[in-house]
Every structure is written in C-alpha cells, then in structure tokens.
Ligand binder design. Structure first.
Ligand SMILES: Nc1ncnc2c1ncn2[C@@H]1O[C@H](COP(=O)(O)OP(=O)(O)OP(=O)(O)O)[C@@H](O)[C@H]1O
Length: 557
C-alpha cells in the first residue's frame, strides 16, 4: 500500500466531484463531494482498490441491510472507479470525538451523556435487529447530522461490522474458544473481546457503549486511554492489563449509579443473549429527568445553559444489584418500631390521610445497607417536589411543572401508600401502581417502582394488620404450607419452579393470603423476582399478582 501521505486523490470519482477532506481513517480518506448531475452533497469514502484492509468493500455489505434506520446514513452510491473504491453516503456533521477534543471542561455534561446513551443504544438495537454487530463503537464513529438533523447521532463506519445472524442458516454465529485476532478499538472494545480474545456478540457492542459513556464522564478519560495508542506489544499488554483489572466500582466512582449498573449488566450478558435495550434507554432517560433535564434524547450542542452540570468525581453512596437483592430480602426482617398498624381502628386516630407521614416527606436517600443488620432501607432516590443535591453538590432544579413522568407518578404513589389508613385505600393504590406500570412502554420496575413496593411492605408488615385472619386454602402441590414461603425459601423455589412460574404462583398465593403479614411477605418476594429477572420487567403474571394483591386488600379493607 502506498504511503498515505503521498497518495494523490483524484478530482472526480464516478459522478462525484471531490471537495475538502473531512477525515482520514485506518484505511482511507473521506471527502465532502458533490454529485455532478444533481448537485447533491455527500460524504465520499475513498480507498485504493488494492488496499490490504479493504474496509469499503466490507462496509458495502452492511449498508443495504441497515438502510432506513434512524441515525444510519443513506448510501447514495458505491463501486470502483479506476484504482478507487468509493462509498457515497449522507454528508454529516461533527463527530463526538471532535466535540470531545474541543470541549473546554474536564468532562462532558450529564445531560449530553444521557442523550448519547439513549441514542447510541437505540442505534445498536436497530443494527442488532438487522443482524449486524458494529464492533467498533467509539466517539469518532458517532457523528451528528447536519441541520435539520443536527440533534440526531448517526452511527458510521461499518468496516469492522459483522452479521451475527448467519445469512444462510438464520442462526446466531457460534461461540468459539479458538484464538483469534483482535478486531475493535483499544479504548472501548469489551474486556472479553479485547483482553480475552472471545468472539464478539451483541453484549460486546453494549459494553463498548458503557465504557465510552464512562470515559466521557471521567476527567482525563478512562485511565488506559491516557498514554495514547500503544506502539509496542509491551504497551498493548499493559493497556490490556489495565483494562482487564479495572473494577466497575473504581472506574465509575462518583458517577450516577446507572453507569456502573449498565457496565455490570453488559458484562453479565450471555454470548447469544439479547440485551434489554429498552430498559437502558429508559434508565438513561430517567437519569436525565431526575436531574431536571428534558426527557427527550435529542442531542443539543453546545449544551444549553444554565442547565450544564458536570459530574464531579465525588464518591457517592451507591447500591449495586447484589446489595439491592439483599435489601429486598432484608425487607422481611424490618424493624418497624412503633409504626401504626393498619386496620386497627385505634391507629387511625390523628392520622390525616392527606398528610404524608414525616418520613414520606423527606427526600429519601439511597443508603448502603449494613449486611449484618438487615435493617430498613429505602430504595427510593428522589422526591421530585423538593430540591435535592446532585452529585455536584448543586441544587437540582425541579422538573417542569405539569409534566408527570413515570418517576413522579410512582414517587407520588409511594407517598400516598405511606399515608394510607385502610386496606381499601391500599388496594386502590396498588391498582393505580399497576396502571402506571401498564401505561409505560418498557414496564420496567425502576427504583421509584421498588420504592412503591417498599412503602407497601411497610404498611403491611406488622403481623396485627388484619384483625381477623381468614382461612386460606392449601396451595397447589403436596405438603405446601398454608403460609406463603419466606424470602429465605426463594432460592429453593427457584429450582422447583421455573422463573416464570414464580410470578404465577405468587399471583395464586396472594389471592389466598390471610393476613397483612403474608401479603407483606409476598410483596417482598414479588420485588425479589422482578429484581432478579432480566430487564426487571413486570410481565403479564406480574400484573396478575398486582391485581390479586389489590383485590385481596380491597376484600380485607
Ligand atoms: N458521512 C460523513 N460525513 C461527515 N464526516 C464524516 C462522515 N463519515 C466520516 N466522517 C469523518 O471522517 C472520520 C473517519 O470516518 P470513518 O470512521 O468512516 O473512516 P475510517 O477510514 O473507517 O476511519 P477509522 O479507521 O478511524 O475507523 C470520522 O471520524 C468523521 O469525522
């Protein structure tokens, strides 16, 4: 291959007249070009036909499969012209890499990063549904459109892409233990692919997004990127070692929890597993909303003032999913102190149902559970009606008045549940909770949803809640106890029933529960099953459980 600096590019290639150079990559250059016949401006990717790494040829395979997707450039023409191989695609604007270099602050603002997260995950969802892996996710391959599409992030550069669905058999490509050459980029390729030589699949595209987002929020970037591209094997080995040994909790220290959770989630995915794109788009949208930013994923650059907030690397109390699990199980052992007991008339005196209890009015905090104590833990994070501190220590603006997000509705429900004074009201609130969840596209149980369960549990957990326990029929299956099993038995249940079966069985148990205590226990188990399930989605059986719970509460009210 000729030395790229000496390559003389032609003035015209096919129907296109070349203008300024937009960029140069690993194996070619890209120009702004004009169609000589219709005047249309395009980006022309140019490569010598004898290029040893003919990425244009590879890319040409994927563009047809990806046409029509939001944020995927249109392919206007491609072919060879004399010694040149070319691709004519939509002319786009600045790449995130160029914005990264231009930015005047240490790190990106959280709003922009949440927009990038939502859009890039959505692009991957589209590509993956078309059977294509990107395999080279990086800032330089995320490019803004030109007006009027300048708030859309486009994915470019499919030179390393691959069909993970075999075009002939329509099956997922097989995993393999064979040693393989690394394909991807040094900064963001997943640990599995980059450091362990594994076959890339959907999970690795997702992990690359997670690393890219964390990089954007880290002063100086991820530490293995700071010495530049490795020039020797030794330097590459060192980089891989640093990447491989970097613990999620360390590289995400001080960042809002969804970033670490996302990275961990990607690393837990199985080789052929479909990532839950919707869940993570929702998570990052909610993170934006919680911080007072618009829920729209539109990428606005420069970030509109005065909302620009940068995430400082301040250590924050956080709860990982393992801890969350412990918390849910620990809810069963909560010490409720002298909290009033539902359905015992004496306790209703002096309680005004319109006034949330003192606890419910405080913005609850995410706390680190004490593993020994198994005490009361609040899972809720935000009270949107109040002002709160963000990670930067600045006051968080309340979301725009009149806009009721899922998070707001759930937080409000948690407060109303905490303030409820009878079971019939609780039953109605459970129905509302179910309705809020059903109205949502994703049906994912967020932390605000868990806070609703937490509030519900608190209201039900006292054994005296229902004055006259009613007789329960025997659950299906021999020797089953009349009392719903404890959270400690949940692990055993997992092997006895399939995962899906569990929610169905909980739905049956809830209709037979004879006391508030039993209902409280079932609420904990319900939360634990949802939390363990991939995507934390409330399924049909989950809604069946909620309907059963509401009905039971109303009947006992
Ligand atoms: N359609 C486009 N419109 C405007 N600029 C573009 C377009 N496509 C690419 N660029 C610019 O050119 C740069 C290189 O493009 P691209 O990544 O497609 O080329 P490549 O040769 O495959 O590069 P690499 O080897 O770095 O992956 C991009 O980072 C971007 O700045």
């Amino acid at each position: 291959m000729a030395d790229r600096r000496q390559i003389k590019y032609p003035r015209v290639v096919g129907n296109y007249e070349l203008h300024q150079k937009l960029g140069a990559g690993y194996s070619g250059a890209i120009f702004c070009a004009r169609n000589l016949h219709n005047g249309q401006w395009v980006a022309l990717k140019l490569q010598p036909v004898d290029e040893p790494c003919p990425t244009n040829k590879y890319e040409r395979n994927f563009y047809p499969a990806l046409q029509g997707g939001v944020g995927i450039p249109t392919l206007w023409g491609s072919g060879t012209y004399g010694p040149w191989d070319y691709l004519a695609i939509d002319l786009l604007g600045a790449s995130l890499d160029s914005l990264h270099r231009q930015k005047t602050t240490d790190v990106w603002d959280l709003r922009s990063v949440c927009c990038v997260a939502q859009q890039v995950i959505s692009r991957l969802e589209f590509m993956h549904t078309r059977g294509v892996l990107h395999r080279d996710i990086q800032l330089g391959n995320c490019v803004l459109g030109l007006p009027p599409n300048n708030t859309t992030i486009y994915m470019i550069d499919f030179g390393f892409s691959k069909f993970y669905i075999d075009q002939r058999t329509k099956r997922h490509i097989p995993d393999s233990k064979e040693p393989r050459d690394f394909i991807g980029n040094y900064w963001f390729s997943s640990v599995r692919v980059h450091c362990r030589g594994q076959v890339p699949s959907r999970r690795d595209d997702m992990e690359a997004v997670a690393l890219m987002l964390i990089h954007m929020l880290t002063p100086g970037g991820l530490h293995w990127t700071r010495n530049g591209v490795p020039k020797t094997d030794e330097a590459h080995e060192r980089l891989m070692y640093e990447k491989r040994t970097a613990r999620p909790e360390d590289i995400c220290r001080g960042l809002p929890p969804p970033f670490e959770e996302f990275l961990r989630y990607c690393r837990r995915l199985q080789f052929a597993e479909r990532p839950d794109y919707e869940r993570w788009i929702d998570e990052f949208r909610e993170l934006a909303e919680e911080n007072g930013f618009p829920s729209s994923p539109e990428f606005v650059w420069p970030p509109p003032n005065p909302e620009v907030r940068h995430v400082s690397p301040k250590p924050a109390a956080r709860m990982d999913s393992g801890e969350l699990q412990g918390v849910l199980n620990g809810l069963a052992n909560m010490q409720l102190g002298d909290r009033p007991v539902l359905a015992v008339r004496d306790n209703l005196v002096n309680r005004d149902s319109n006034t949330p209890p003192k606890d419910a009015q405080k913005p609850a905090k995410v706390q680190k559970p004490d593993p020994k104590a198994k005490e009361v833990i609040n899972l809720v994070s935000d009270d949107e009606g109040s002002r709160d501190e963000n990670a930067n220590g600045r006051a968080r603006a309340a979301p725009a008045a009149g806009r009721h997000t899922k998070a707001q509705r759930l937080s409000q429900l948690a407060r109303e549940i905490a303030a409820a004074t009878d079971n019939a009201t609780l039953g109605r609130l459970v129905r509302e909770f179910s309705q809020v969840m059903e109205d949502q596209k994703s049906r994912m149980l967020t932390k605000e949803g868990f806070a609703v369960l937490d509030a519900l549990h608190k209201q039900l957990a006292d054994p005296g809640a229902l004055a006259a326990p009613i007789r329960t029929s025997k659950p299906r299956g021999s020797g089953a106890s009349e009392v719903p099993e404890s959270a400690g038995a949940a692990g055993e249940r997992e092997t006895r029933w399939g995962k899906m079966n569990k929610l169905y069985r909980l739905g049956q148990d809830v209709r037979r529960a004879g006391s508030s205590e039993q209902l409280a226990q079932l609420v904990v188990e319900f939360g634990a099953v949802i939390n363990r399930s991939s995507g934390r989605t409330v399924t049909k059986d989950g809604f069946g459980f909620l309907a059963g719970l509401a009905g039971r509460l109303e009947a006992l009210g």
